[in-house]
Design a protein around this ligand. Structure first.
Ligand SMILES: Nc1ncnc2c1ncn2[C@@H]1O[C@H](COP(=O)(O)OP(=O)(O)O)[C@@H](O)[C@H]1O
Ligand SMILES: [Mg+2]
Length: 406
């Protein structure tokens, strides 16, 4: 039996839609709601298999309600209804997480077919996710030492950290079929929500901080299960929220999420702060992104000196050149000579695809897995995931010099 929730602000429409499904053996209208707010309340309560919702409602409209529900209850797929069916409306509905679209008026047949189809796809999706994400072996001694924290750093903003961290998390999940968590540690201006079409106002690490002690349950409760199968911890929704996340709290979140994820990918800000250094200490691998551009390369060299001061194992640092095919006179070999070490990976430039992915809120490794850009990310994923956790013993408690920290 498919449990359906119908949401429309007009009572006659709710009745009419309920009647359209009356003869359906396998569909049961379990509840109806007259507003977005009521839809959210009822959805949380009855956990419908399918939600059919009007896009235009006074107060909280269908888009806002869909955004909320699709994040909190990703297993209750939403079919959005409208009288117009304009491209713009369709786009907003899909961006909010709706899975299908029905233009009023529609026939009983069309209605039930759409419900069956959306429900069928949801079942298939769940099945697929179960294959991809093995359940945590309850109580078994899982070796947390095998779990990896991968930090994404660049000494320069705009290098592509967020783009690559996000797509890399998805690529690692696809390559290794394991549990992957992506953390946005750009506390003031986190962008991962945009790339994955998630709203940090609904849930972010700020909710954990405000929840008090950083215990495992609280931290895990603010991590979002993304529809792609990875889990995501978003940065606070606005810059002022960043002040509440201390370096110690950020570190605690990373350590805690490592316990129940095979890979934790952290998108770091482009600065050496107590926050980013704390994560780097915890990391098994630090991916340092560079461009083929003089000032960035200079700063990478400075960063490598700091890493030496911090006594990070050299193998912990992975040097990756982004937009490697857009060199203006600088070749990879020049960079390697300048920093006296070899490059671990390169990623081609594809501005059109990168921008399209951001605008659609669908990462390119998902939408265009066969593109050169996605293939480079997949290759990097294999390079990083192939490495055993190398440096557990190299984390020193006493750091010397400029970056001595208490
Ligand atoms: N390989 C690439 N090819 C084309 N554009 C890219 C590539 N990597 C990143 N970009 C674009 O560069 C801009 C900055 O990337 P972003 O990931 O936000 O950098 P950061 O997080 O380091 O500040 C974005 O517009 C992004 O789409
Ligand atoms: Mg960024």
């Amino acid at each position: 039996m498919i449990k359906v929730l119908i949401v429309d602000d007009i009572p006659e429409t709710r009745d009419h839609l309920t009647k359209l499904l009356a003869t359906e053996q396998e569909i049961d209208v379990v509840a109806t709601a007259g507003s977005g707010e009521e839809a959210i309340r009822l959805a949380m309560e009855v956990r419908p298999d399918v939600i059919v919702m009007d896009i235009n409602m006074p107060g909280m409209d269908g888009v806002a309600a869909a955004e909320f529900i699709s994040q909190r209850l990703p297993t209750s797929p939403i079919i959005m209804m409208s009288v117009h069916g304009e491209a713009e409306q369709l786009r907003r509905a899909i961006a909010a997480g709706a899975r299908e679209f029905l233009v009023k008026p529609f026939s009983a047949d069309e209605f039930s077919t759409t419900i069956h189809s959306v429900f069928g796809k949801e079942l298939a999706r769940r099945e697929q996710l179960q294959v991809v994400i093995p359940p945590t072996p309850g109580g078994q001694s899982e070796n947390i030492e095998d779990h990896q924290v991968i930090a994404m750093f660049s000494p320069k903003g705009g290098a592509g950290r967020t783009t690559i961290a996000t797509n890399l998390a998805l690529a690692i999940q696809r390559e290794t079929k394991s549990r992957v968590c992506l953390i946005d540690a750009n506390l003031q201006f986190g962008d991962i929500g945009v790339l994955l079409n998630l709203n940090p106002k609904n849930r972010s690490m700020l909710d954990a901080v405000e929840g008090g002690e950083p215990d495992a349950d609280i931290i895990n409760s603010v991590v979002i299960d993304h529809s792609t199968g990875i889990r995501v911890l978003l940065a606070p929704p606005a810059p002022e929220g960043a002040d509440l996340v201390t370096p110690a709290y950020l570190r605690k979140m990373v350590d805690q999420l490592r316990v129940n994820h095979d890979y934790v990918i952290v998108d770091l800000p482009a600065a050496l702060t107590d926050h980013s250094l704390g994560v780097m200490d915890a990391a098994d691998q630090i991916v340092v992104l560079s461009a083929l551009e003089i000032t960035t390369i200079k700063n990478v060299r400075l960063f490598l000196e700091v890493a030496d001061q911090l006594e990070y194992d050299r193998s912990k640092i992975r040097l990756v050149i982004n937009r490697s095919d857009t060199a203006q006179g600088i070749r990879i070999g020049d960079v390697e000579a300048s920093i006296r070490r070899s490059i671990d990976g390169t990623i081609v430039s594809d501005g059109r695809l990168a921008v399209l992915a951001v605008n659609r809120g669908v990462p390119f490794v998902v939408s265009h897995p066969d593109s050169a850009l996605s293939r480079d990310i997949a290759k990097l994923a294999r390079t990083l995931a192939g490495e055993p956790a190398a440096n557990k013993s190299t984390e020193k408690s006493a750091k010397r010099g400029l970056f001595a920290r208490r």
